[in-house]
Design a protein around this ligand. Sequence first.
Ligand code: FES
Length: 438
Amino acid sequence: MMESVWNGTVALPHFERLEGDRNTDVLIIGGGITGILCAYFLQERGIDYLLLEGEEICHGTTGNTTAKITAQHGLIYAKLLKKAGLERAKLYLEANQRAVQKYAELAAAIPCDFEERNAYVYSLDNRKKLEQEAEAYRMLGLDDEIVEPIELPFPTVGAVRMKKQAQFHPLKFISQIARTLKIYEHSFVTQLLPGKALTESGSVSYQKVIFATHFPIDNKHGAYFLKLYQHRSYVIALEQAAQIEGMYVDEAKKGMSFRSYDNLLFVGGAGHRTGKKSGNWQQLRGFASKYYPDAIERYHWAAQDCMPLDEAPYIGVYSKAMPDAYVATGFRKWGMTSAMVAAMILSDLVQGIESPYAEAFYPARNIFTKQLVCNGAESVFNLLTPTVPRCPHLGCALKWNPAERSWDCPCHGSRFSESGKLLDNPANGDRTSKLPAR
Ligand code: FES
């Protein structure tokens, strides 16, 4: 079924809709795992906060993750050392190791299928890249190494291992964490004014605001529409496929990922920029029929991720012109650990406390990268494409996605159902004019 295993196995708590006017010190917009963890830490510290979710909590990316908790984010550390230097690379690693540890602490009291596992990045053909990453690990004080990944059903040239990472059931975890938080569901922010957010049925006056909306919703500041694009990837969950102990991801951009959960094996991949074509689930099914011919597919789903211009997410002050607004976005494929890092950093920053990790995630860092040129070119091309269906975000041409029967925007990744209902932001509402029939 087109539903993640997480959504299919847990009923999340429900919250009332905001009715009337409220005051709060910190307003959190967005009820995915990032917003919920921010709320949890603020509540722990006795800070006045309130969270507004436009639909229901975890209806987006959090419900469609593969839920790996790891500081190993692909082959990232050799790149970070080269581009950001030793100090920033160390901070990035420490922040994510602390996040893994924090999950372990919290999960000790929450039944959420939390399991300590090793994480691996494998390569089909580039041993040199693995060696460079292993060298970066040594420089950062990790004692991990390259191993032969014997659990995978195809040959590789090795895998860099990071020990003692974890996997869990994200919605079992959140269903407990969220229970006592001050959350309003079905409370979509229709207008954000300085110090006040409006919804259809009420308003919230705030001192500070955290945007935990996946893609940031304010277009005027911070240039996030240039600094981010969205990426879609696909997962199938197989029964009667060989179980694996580790969590695996290919170093190659178009590669695959694997982890086990319960009696299922997750096979992920076929990723592409949202609005572009890919092999989607068919590609994964082709792989499964070759390597796991007896397997039965129990679930299939897709995930949408925000990709920054470089290796690190954007976590911190939204922009210089909005010093009381904070953002957490651009988690790439590593949403679970990045959400925890974001909640640790932002719960300090909103209180005026300096975060030891903030520098590694500073949103206003240098943006002049190759990816910026790609994002700019993509936007110009799609703005000038004379197709009729346009995206209400900034006007790019929408592309039909036959696998998911949706209209997708290649510029920043907004998505709409056949009837025009908003599926993924940054567009902030449904398409009002009719879409061509399909
Ligand atoms: Fe920005 Fe479509 S998502 S123009």
